[in-house]
Design a binder for this molecule. Structure first.
Ligand SMILES: [Zn+2]
Ligand SMILES: [Zn+2]
Length: 297
């Protein structure tokens, strides 16, 4: 059985999602281990929990509102169109890789693709993502941990899509290491800043740079865990304010290097163009093994 500290787990999910969680653990009546995450700093019951049950070759991740979370539930129900879209896209990505996605509204099973649910009144709402046939509990703690993280992050991304969010004020960042006067300011657009989009893009595409295939944590170790940027491939100038993001096609994870290079031109270089730049020099350690766009870790 995996030795897995619920506090470290909560910290990892907090870093990934930008939302503070605290973790606890326990056992189900069937004897399966579970890890439970709740948002930190709120009265218990007024928010929600994400419960991760580790079964035999199986992981089930369940989202539930607390018993006194009526207020939060009504703001989730009235989430904007892009939040709904991101929620659906993340759960679609889960079912595309063979997970069971079960959504329960007012005691009845519904499809997460059913748009009618947003116009109904909600008395209860929960959903779960379960994946079987996993190589888990076979003695490799690190591999187990990655699987648990991977599936929890997907559910957390779907949850974050539905939560009322505040924009952070960061408008742009500097590229360091360039001579004075040649400094480039990268305009990080609002789609790239949006926490929901970031969480969804990483849940769908994974944490490898889609241009150079680097996983920063493999390169630098745990200190670089989660260090990946999310890039919006459609120039902001070409989309209107009502544009609804599709995290599958509009957002790509890029390492800080590739992201900076992408923005050396406006409109930005495409992932394909970045890959071609890297292939130019076959001695580049960043292209070995060969680039496989869209590969999951
Ligand atoms: Zn890269
Ligand atoms: Zn970008």
């Amino acid at each position: 059985m995996t030795i897995f500290d619920p506090r470290a787990f909560a910290e990892m999910i907090s870093t990934e999602t930008g939302l503070g969680f605290e973790g606890s653990e326990g056992r189900t009546n069937q004897g399966n281990r579970f890890l439970e995450l709740t948002p930190v700093g709120y009265p218990p019951g007024q928010t929600f929990s994400i419960c991760v049950e580790i079964g035999w070759r199986r992981i089930d991740v369940r989202f539930k509102f607390g018993s006194f979370a009526g207020e939060l539930m009504s703001s989730v129900r009235s989430v904007d169109a892009s939040g709904r879209h991101v929620f659906r896209a993340v759960l679609d990505a889960c079912s595309n890789v063979g997970a069971d996605v079960v959504l329960n509204l007012n005691g009845a099973i519904r499809s997460h693709r059913d748009d009618a649910m947003w116009d109904e009144s909600w008395r209860s709402f929960e959903f779960a993502v379960g994946k079987g046939m996993l190589a888990i509990n076979e003695g490799n703690d690190t591999a187990d941990m990655h699987l648990i993280e991977e599936w929890t992050i997907r559910v957390a991304a779907a949850v974050i899509a539905l939560l009322p969010v505040e924009e952070d004020g960061e408008e742009s960042f500097d590229v360091h290491g360039l001579p004075e006067g040649a400094k480039v300011r990268i305009e990080v657009n609002r789609y790239e800043r949006d926490r929901r989009n970031r969480a969804a893009a990483l849940a769908i595409h994974g944490h490898r740079c889609m241009a150079c295939d680097t996983d920063m944590a493999e390169l630098y170790g745990p200190v670089a865990e989660g260090l990946i940027e999310v890039h919006h491939v459609v120039p902001v100038s070409q989309v209107g304010p009502e544009y609804i993001i599709d995290p599958r096609s509009d957002l790509v994870p890029l390492c800080p290097d590739c992201h900076a290079v992408a923005h050396r031109r406006s409109p930005p270089y495409s992932v394909k163009e970045l890959q071609n730049m890297l292939r130019r020099d076959c001695g580049n350690p960043k292209i070995s093994p060969p680039v496989q766009p869209g590969r999951r870790r």
